[in-house]
Design a protein around this ligand. Structure first.
Ligand code: HEM
Length: 408
């Protein structure tokens, strides 16, 4: 049993924690929704209740940087640090306000509407390919890794032929983005990965100047860069690498989780056929039920109080999104997968000023996937009820999901 004074240590490599993280989060929340912990060697507050996590996210007084102009030591000083220091999720106002304003047109309704046709084509072609496969296939490798990579390449105007390889390196960056401990080897890999993406995306954008309009995500940022005062080349490249990276891993995880949840709930799977609004609701429920990003962080602003506990200004806060999404004080029967639940305001995309910029694209992808999945793969069957999972604290995911596309 934990109490507020006790230091909780989350160990993602502990098989008991990995086997059922939600049970661990539930125990933590019941004992102390605001608890002490240590992450990356620093003292932190671990929040597992919806009200507390939402409160922190929604108040602009809480920041993502420890102090203005300061970044955490674990990111080092190489290319990974450069990626970190200019990335939207890692900077506060005023830099964040300026960058976010320049990046926002990328996912406005007009731009996302223009993406629909090619997203639909990529998502459904992948399903049709699966539908032609006999026997058992790993959904992660055969679909969830491929489709978001194709979408990321199309979004960034990268050659589609690169999709099979270019995003494989992406998890190398996770160690600096994750709220877990980092080894020197992981930092070296993150540096090499960041440099690779700077060169790769930098070369692509240099060929696109003057060729795209403002309703194109890359075009909108290129226009801001052309206007020199507003966006530097480093900011341009880092923001686009950010799109590339952010749109890949989270979507891969969410697609896998959705197929796992729906093949485990065949009635709900069948209920989706031909009903786009049911498909949209099922995607939201999937994000609530199994948030692809388990934790984000903030630093406490002045006067923050959580669950009656005053939090000293500047203290690190570890916000449990996956835990908050299963809080019974906010969601009835939180451990049930129920696409019909009303008022499903989950925190998988967070809330407040850093709310996921790509959420409209993710929602489009999810709607198409879940509308077409039961139609094109009506006999899809889960072959492993307890699939293996990775051990990263922040980016936990199913690493292999055996399914039979045509049934068994
Ligand atoms: C299921 C899919 C996705 C999930 C669960 C997800 C989740 C998140 C989370 C948790 C954050 C951090 C917010 C914070 O710290 O408060 C974030 C930020 C962000 N996401 Fe997503 N994301 C998804 C898809 C996408 C896609 C498709 C894109 C497209 C490029 C994208 C672009 C971004 C960007 C640019 C940010 C930074 C926003 C900011 O700090 O202002 N995401 N996302």
């Amino acid at each position: 049993m934990t109490n507020a004074a006790e230091v909780v240590r989350l160990d993602p490599s502990d098989p008991a924690f990995g086997a059922d993280r939600h049970a661990a989060y539930r125990r933590l929340r019941e004992a102390a929704p605001v608890a002490r912990t240590v992450v990356n060697g620093q003292d932190s507050w671990l929040l597992t209740g919806y009200a507390e996590v939402e409160k922190v996210l929604k108040s602009p007084a809480n920041t993502v940087q420890p102090h203005p102009g300061e970044f955490p030591a674990h990111i080092g000083s190489g290319p990974a640090a450069e990626f970190y220091r200019f990335s939207l999720p890692n900077v506060d106002a005023p830099a964040h306000t300026r960058l976010r304003k320049l990046a926002s047109p990328a996912f406005q309704p007009r731009s996302v509407k223009r993406m629909r046709a090619w997203v639909e084509e990529i998502v459904t072609a992948g399903l049709d390919e699966l539908a032609g496969r006999d026997g058992v296939v790993d959904f992660v490798r055969e679909y969830a890794m491929k489709i978001p990579a194709l979408i990321a390449c199309r979004l960034l105007h990268a050659p589609m032929a690169d999709a099979a390889t270019v995003l494989e390196r992406m998890p190398g960056l996770n160690a600096v983005l994750s709220q877990g401990d980092i080894t020197p080897e992981q930092l070296a890999e993150a540096d090499a990965t960041a440099q690779f993406y700077f060169d790769y995306i930098g070369d692509i954008v240099d060929t696109l100047r003057g060729k795209l309009d403002e309703d194109d995500p890359v075009g909108a940022l290129l226009l801001a860069e052309a206007d020199g005062e507003r966006l530097s080349r480093t900011e341009l490249v880092v923001t686009l690498v950010g799109f590339f990276v952010a749109s890949y891993h989270t979507t891969m995880v969410a697609m896998t989780n959705a197929v796992y949840a729906l093949t485990s709930n065949k009635d709900q799977f069948r209920a989706l056929v031909g009903d786009p609004s049911a498909a949209r609701a099922a995607w939201e429920e999937n994000l609530r039920f199994e948030a692809p990003v388990h934790f984000v962080w903030r630093y406490a602003g002045a006067g923050l109080e959580l669950g009656g506990i005053p939090i000293p200004e500047g203290d690190h806060l570890l916000l449990g999104l996956a835990a908050a999404n299963r809080d019974p004080a906010r969601f009835e029967r939180p451990d049930a997968f129920d696409p019909r639940r009303p008022d499903n305001r989950h925190l998988a995309f967070t809330a407040g000023g850093h709310f996921c910029l790509g959420a409209p694209l993710s929602r489009l992808e999810g709607e198409i996937l879940l509308r077409e999945l039961p139609r094109r793969l009506p006999d899809l069957e889960l072959c492993d009820a307890e699939p293996p999972r990775t051990t990263d604290l922040t980016f936990a995911m199913i690493s292999r999901l055996d399914v039979a596309p045509r049934g068994r």
